[in-house]
Design a protein around this ligand. Structure first.
Ligand code: 3JN
Length: 348
């Protein structure tokens, strides 16, 4: 299946915010690509996209789309993945799914290559790409877990609107214009398109990402909790999250509090480990006001870490500020890195 030199690839959701990034990353990837098939909903059928100097026509994604495909990258929402992933696997493809449809299925590896690429070997046709907020957090925390042990994570996120899709980008731009002209802001997408109420995101902060669950946390918050435990192989790790949407177009930021297991760990110890951690860039120098921001991380592949401090009361407690481009490492890049690993051409 995925062992010959060149791979036939399908991208499902080729016209979405993440799908477009996947195509751009595949163009410059070291993957040898035989056939490239771009799939989307019927609405986008017939659109043209140039890929590695060849004009491709977007086709409607159906259960019959996957004949001769080696790797199918899904990023068209959970319901499309639930409808079509099994058909792709039955056709002989390995599916890398960028939705929450299969993430917590125990037969489906959930993978961030820098953290747990070994789990890829256990796949049964489907591999899940984690939620964007989870990916950047575990990329930064896994090296600290390995060196100092990890007992607790408390995270608050500052998430960009692009996590909610291209429509949310348009809503932020339109509301910004309305506000600056003194007009009423119109809201129909955020915090959650399908939920009952909508609030303006421009010049605002919305403490709701995805819908609420019965325990008072939102689904986005519970994804961070459950996916982190699975990725780190720590079912008993204490994790809690508060996810907040801000009027930022791209890159999620996170304020993370951790408690390590070892005594006597210093800020310098954390910096020493993070400086050489795969996929992580340390940007931490209060003397020169060096720390990452969503704008400085935009368009970059890495997870940026700064503002590392020891807690004032708990000797094992530390605070970190973690920023990454939600559409790259948080989504498209991690998906393509999994494909590269599968094909044996990955860098890490
Ligand atoms: O809102 C964000 O910043 C991230 C959103 C992710 C998202 C949005 C809709 C559906 C997901 C996800 O990847 O967890 C899903 C989903 O697949 O459940």
């Amino acid at each position: 299946m995925v062992d010959k030199e060149s791979k036939n690839i399908a991208v499902v959701g080729a016209t979405g915010a993440v799908g477009e990034e996947i195509i751009r990353l595949l163009e410059k990837s070291s993957l040898q690509i035989g056939t490239m098939k771009l799939l989307a909903s019927k609405r986008s059928q017939g659109k043209k996209v140039t890929f590695r100097d060849t004009e491709l026509t977007i086709e409607e994604a159906t259960p019959n789309s996957f004949e001769n495909i080696d790797i199918a990258l899904f990023s068209a929402g959970g319901s499309i993945s639930r409808q079509l992933a099994e058909a792709a696997v039955s056709s002989g493809a390995v599916v890398i799914d960028n939705t929450s449809a299969f993430r917590m299925d125990e037969n489906v590896p959930l993978v961030v290559p820098e953290v747990n690429h070994g789990d890829l070997d256990k796949h049964n046709g489907i591999i899940a790409n984690p939620n964007c907020s989870t990916i950047q957090m575990v990329t930064a925390l896994n090296p600290l877990k390995q060196h100092f042990g990890l007992k607790r994570i408390i995270v608050s996120t500052y998430q960009a609107v692009s996590g909610a899709g291209l429509e949310a980008n348009e809503e932020l731009a339109a509301q910004t214009g309305q506000f600056l002209k003194g007009e009423d802001m119109t809201s129909s997408v955020l915090p959650v398109k399908g939920d009952e109420k909508h609030y303006p995101i421009a010049f605002n902060a919305l403490p709701q990402i995805d819908v609420f669950t019965d325990n008072g946390f939102t689904f986005e918050e519970m994804k961070m909790v459950n996916e982190t435990k699975k990725l780190l192989h720590m079912p008993d790790l204490a994790v809690s999250a508060t996810c907040v949407r801000l009027p930022i177009f791209r890159s999620h930021a996170e304020s993370i509090y951790i408690e390590v297991e070892q005594d006597g760990v210093s800020v310098a110890d954390l910096k020493r480990i993070l400086k050489d951690a795969p996929g992580v860039v340390l940007e931490d120098d209060p003397d020169s006001q060096l720390y990452p921001t969503p704008l400085s991380a935009e368009g970059k592949d890495d997870v940026f870490v700064g503002r590392i401090r020891k807690d004032l009361d708990n000797d094992r407690g530390f605070h970190l500020w973690v920023v990454s481009d939600n559409l790259l490492k948080g989504a498209a890049l991690n998906t393509v890195q999994i494909a590269e690993k599968l094909a044996g051409s990955g860098q890490s």
